[in-house]
Design a protein around this ligand. Sequence first.
Ligand SMILES: Cc1cc2nc3c(=O)[nH]c(=O)nc-3n(C[C@H](O)[C@H](O)[C@H](O)COP(=O)(O)OP(=O)(O)OC[C@H]3O[C@@H](n4cnc5c(N)ncnc54)[C@H](O)[C@@H]3O)c2cc1C
Length: 407
Amino acid sequence: MDQADVLIVGGGHGGAQAALALRQHGFDGSILLVGREPELPYERPPLSKEYLAGDKPFERLLLRPAQVWADKRIEMRLGRSVVALDPAARTATLDDGATIAYLHLIWAAGGDPRRLPGENPNLAGVHTVRTRADVDLMIAEVDAGAKRTVVIGGGYIGLEAAAVLTKLGLSVTLLEALPRVLARVAGEELSTFYEAEHRAHGVDLRTGVTVAAIEGQDTVSSVRLAEGDVVPADMVIVGIGIVPAAGPLLAAGAAGGNGVDVDELCRTSLRDVYAIGDCAAHASAFADGAVIRLESVQNANDMATTAARAICGDPQPYRATPWFWSNQYDLRLQTVGLSAGHDATVVRGDPAARSFSVIYLKGGKVIALDCVNAVKDYAQGRKLVENRSAPDPAQLADTAIPLKELA
Ligand SMILES: Cc1cc2nc3c(=O)[nH]c(=O)nc-3n(C[C@H](O)[C@H](O)[C@H](O)COP(=O)(O)OP(=O)(O)OC[C@H]3O[C@@H](n4cnc5c(N)ncnc54)[C@H](O)[C@@H]3O)c2cc1C
């Protein structure tokens, strides 16, 4: 049987950072990372941005050059999945039947794209956007002449893909079931702004519509809506969120449901088993203590460091401020804090000038900012969120007053 002092499951942002943070914090034991994808750890955000656009080759997405992993004695077993855990015996079983004994385990398996009910998984031309392999398939179809794209889902990934494909000259129809895009993550002002931007760039953006079926024989030909319309398609992108990848952990008895439950040190209910990143449900001070999962690079990296420090005997509770970004066309959105549960908003700057911020308040206190082409607001607004500042809304809206003066 193989063995590792720390076994890391998943070679994405969280898994890679966990390995690096262990070494940074002085861990000298053996580290083995098992990852389902064949590539060395790489950045996922560019998949729906520069990589899809052809602006960044894959080599520039690698989180570290191959040599770094070797130098730091971080062993990789790539193209392999962990399929079962035995927490009492402290062993993990891989899909090739190998068993690995561990002292500590960090589960960093992320999530798998959610699929539409009744979707035919074998229909060619239907894509999700989670891995390099997913995007390579899309790029090949664009290169082969795909022209009409339907994007299902108006979250960040769907909107980013729509922006890139429009720029590449494809016609794009974007379908969102809710009354507005970004409804789960942002306020109405931001949704309205992005809807207008996409329409101005030629996207046929439809909200409040339900997909009845993705149609085609072997290859996709159209998307039929419950409302009756049939939208012809050479290519369909399903961007409707993820299902946290926690099956083997939950089957082994870890508490959870929407992912795996973790405490403030990223410990699961199983002894010496940690979970981090997209699959880890935690109580967040930025959500009034509610148990949430965050899907962001910040969260994966900071949770990785939390787990690594705990293993190294230097525990520091996870309290990192959430931040996020999204690039669409020439618009850079930067978000700090969590806007869910806000009861008021202040718009600072002029959306028509394509540089503004939406500031979210709850009980008069600032809980989050969405800053569009407004780097200063983002940098200075962070303190407002961290201090739960309660400035006068009229002053927040006044662009002549720097936000740092209101923190
Ligand atoms: C297209 C796209 C764009 C994004 N853009 C942004 C952005 O702009 N800003 C931002 O902050 N975040 C963005 N995100 C989100 C961000 O990439 C994720 O939150 C982050 O990657 C989460 O890290 P993770 O380690 O939890 O999961 P991942 O990075 O998904 O890594 C999990 C890895 O585990 C592997 N795995 C799964 N199950 C097993 C198993 N049983 N055994 C072994 N390996 C397994 C998976 O194959 C995967 O490689 C984006 C995500 C996508 C898909």
